[in-house]
Design a protein around this ligand. Structure first.
Ligand code: C2E
Ligand code: MG
Ligand code: MG
Length: 692
């Protein structure tokens, strides 16, 4: 039957009265396409060739009577598929009765009243249309069930009867012979070890769901069974929903095509279908899509090999599944979920229906907790961490595509914040992401376009408050973005390796500035330059440094390189060679952000450091925490022992200065003293000092 747009709806009129044929055709023109014939035989032939959306059928026809025509039609079409309106003589009750008996949808008495005819047509179509929609929905639901591995059966208690959906039979693995009774279901389909639990489920109505294995074999599917009981006059009826949670829907080919070989989880394609099915079948409910990515997975792959990587993926898959199964309810709400491997080290989880985003956050927290439990890998206990992004249907999106994209975005934010956490999608993430892409796209040209420059933050002696040097900090005047901080673009530069070029430029600039200051009569200052681990891993680093020194003729002691603690732990040839060469040249070497990394004393002692820079986060604690104060005191003592300067970073109050002095700290920098400023401003400040 064709569509429901007014002019596309086709009506066949079978009536021998030419007057009626012409009247009806005229009356319906514009809204319907009417074809009319005068005899039953002609009518049946026309209907067989090209079935319309509705038939108007006269009771009295010259050849076959209308009732017979209607009965013939009904052999092929239901009343909902093809409505038949019979035209009967006025006041002819028996004809009306006979019409309904023959399968007519409705009747209309002759002479035909046009307004009445129109109204009856609309009615017939509305009923048929609604029915079509029901059929359509059922078809969609069945497809959803198929993809999601859901099957249903009803168990009527007395007289006993089991009615299965085709999907249920497929899950049971017996499309041809459905179980005739519940007993047969237990005996033939449930794994012997789980049969007792299955029986308990059906006998004890307080237990409404359970997980059981089907079949006798180990690889038969595990299903979660949900029960609903209804009392009917004929006896109780149990509505049973089976959800195949093992991923096996019986057919091994299905398994190959839709399941990921490494983890056994549904693959991306199947997961997408399940997601679609969930979204389609319950538009009124709330779902969550979680996107999880293993932190540092590349590292495992690179250092321990791909086999270890695969093992880790399997563990992660098992943990994700376990987190969904551990406790099937959040609050009092039953929760179901589906986990899929999205690709690489990414997993997608569908959770719901849920009441609110908070439920999804609970699930994410549980997943993180599960992941943190150590796993036995390669003879060692290891734990792994995940970053999780969450998007909620329909709040954050109505389509699969949108939800995945947003969950992915939120995951990225979790990862950026250091990983091992979950983030719920927020619209502001779009702005952040746009900004990041702009940074990524524009950074390669920034240096050449002259948009990068160095700010200098004074470093001062705590006792005298005299400036003894500065830290050079990168600044980027982006043409459109407001204040791009180094923390936003250094990482990008490291990833695309432009940090090599930028880092070299920074050293050149700092050295050139020092030589300008010398020319201006200020020759006793030292500039600290931040150096990325990427630079120290390269083979060109020393050449760049030497060139800068030679070019500007500044003393090597005037430059101090700030490196991270972690690089000291790297024992690769390039790194140790570079560090040794820096030391031999007499260039200073400072540990930056001390107190945030490994803080391994032996690593500190292995290098002749000129400074240790205490991280701002520790400085922030010294006012409130006695523990922080004694830790600082210990490091100060240690620094004295190895002859390096101890510098407190991020000082922003006079009280901090006082405490740091008391603890024996001699140098510092921070907003309290000065923010990073342009080179000429810095020089002005130096010159303005009283003892100059
Ligand atoms: P960092 O080396 O620890 O630099 C200190 C950061 O703390 C600077 O941020 C500085 O502006 C900020 N700061 C200083 N005093 C205070 C204070 O009292 N309060 C607060 N809240 N912040 C203060 P900035 O300039 O945004 O640089 C951030 C990081 O970017 C630097 O941390 C450094 O790791 C990196 N970076 C900056 N320039 C370069 C560079 O030329 N090369 C490399 N590889 N990294 C750089
Ligand atoms: Mg620094
Ligand atoms: Mg620092």
């Amino acid at each position: 039957m064709s569509g429901s747009r007014g002019d596309d709806i086709s009506v066949v009129l079978i009536d021998d009265d030419p007057l009626v044929r012409s009247l009806v055709s005229q009356a319906l023109r514009g809204s319907y396409t009417v074809s009319s014939v005068a005899t039953g035989t002609e009518g049946l032939a026309l209907l067989a060739r090209d079935p319309p959306d509705l038939v108007l059928l006269d009771v009295d026809l010259p050849d076959i009577d209308g009732f017979t025509v209607c009965r013939k039609l009904r052999a092929h079409y239901t009343s909902e598929e093809l409505p038949v309106l019979m035209l009967t003589g006025n006041q002819d009750d028996s004809a009306v009765e006979a019409a309904f008996e023959a399968g007519a949808t409705d009747f209309l008495a002759k002479p035909v009243s046009v307004p009445l005819l129109r109204q009856r047509l609309r009615f017939a179509f509305r009923a048929a249309g609604a029915f079509q929609r029901v059929i359509e929905n059922e078809r969609r639901l069945a497809r959803g069930h198929e993809l999601a591995g859901i099957g249903q059966f009803e168990w009527h208690v007395g007289p006993e009867r089991l009615v299965c959906t085709p999907q249920a039979l497929r899950i049971l693995g017996s499309p041809e012979s459905p179980p005739a009774s519940l007993e047969e279901f237990f005996l033939n389909h449930v794994h012997p070890e789980d049969a007792a639990r299955a029986r308990a489920l059906f006998s004890n109505e307080s237990l409404v769901e359970a997980e059981i294995r089907l079949g006798a074999e180990g690889d038969a599917p595990t299903v979660r069974i949900y029960l609903e009981v209804a009392a009917r006059p004929s006896g109780k009826v149990f509505f049973v929903t089976m959800h195949d949670i093992s991923g096996s829907v019986g057919d091994p080919r299905h398994k190959l095509a839709y399941y990921d070989a490494a983890t056994g989880l549904p693959n991306r394609q199947l997961f997408e279908s399940r997601l679609d099915a969930a979204l389609q079948s319950s538009a009124a409910q709330r779902y969550a899509v979680l996107f999880a990515d293993i932190d540092g997975f590349k590292n495992v792959n690179d250092t321990l090999g791909h086999l270890a990587g695969d093992e880790l993926l399997r563990h992660a898959a098992a943990r994700l599944l376990a987190s969904l199964r551990i406790n099937d309810s959040i609050g009092r709400m039953a929760l179901s979920g589906s986990v899929g491997r999205w690709g690489g080290d990414e997993f997608a989880v569908l959770v719901g229906p849920i009441a609110s985003a908070r439920d999804a956050e609970h699930v994410a927290a549980r997943i993180l907790q599960q992941a943190a439990e150590p796993v036995r890998m390669g003879g060692r206990d290891q734990s792994f961490r995940l970053s999780i992004g969450i998007a909620i249907y329909p709040d954050h999106g109505r389509t699969r595509h949108e939800l995945i994209r947003k969950a992915d975005k939120a995951m990225y934010e979790a990862k950026r914040a250091g990983g091992n956490s979950a983030r719920l999608y927020e619209p502001v993430m779009e702005v952040q992401a746009t900004r990041r892409s702009a940074i990524e796209a524009d950074l390669p040209q920034a240096l050449e376009a002259g948009q990068l420059w160095l700010a200098y933050q004074p470093r001062f002696t705590l006792d005298t408050l005299a400036i003894n040097g500065a830290e050079a900090l990168l600044r980027w005047n982006h043409p459109t973005l407001a204040a791009v901080r180094p923390n936003e673009f250094i990482g990008v530069a490291e990833r695309n390796r432009s940090i090599l070029e930028i880092g070299r430029w920074v050293i050149e600039q700092a050295a050139a500035e020092l030589s300008r200051w010398r020319a201006a009569g200020v020759a006793d200052l030292r500039v600290s330059v931040n150096v990325s681990p990427i630079q120290l891993r390269g083979t060109d680093f020393i050449r760049g440094l030497t060139d800068a020194l030679v070019e500007t003729q500044i003393r090597p002691q005037q430059i101090e390189l700030e490196i991270t603690e972690s690089i000291l732990l790297e024992q690769t040839r390039e790194v140790t060679d570079n560090l040794r060469a820096i030391r031999d040249m007499g260039v200073g070497l400072a540990i930056d952000d001390f107190g945030t990394g490994y803080s391994s004393l032996s690593a500190l002692l292995a290098m002749p450091l000129t400074a240790v820079k205490l991280d701002r986060s520790i400085v922030l604690q010294i006012e409130g925490s006695a523990g922080a104060r004694s830790a600082v005191q210990a490091i100060v003592t240690m620094c004295r022992g190895i002859g390096c300067t101890f510098v407190a970073e991020g000082i922003d109050s006079e009280e901090q200065v006082r405490i740091l002095r008391e603890l024996g700290c001699t140098e510092g920098q921070g907003f309290w003293f000065s923010e990073p400023v342009a080179a000429h401003k810095f020089l002005e400040r130096v010159r303005a000092q009283p003892n100059r």
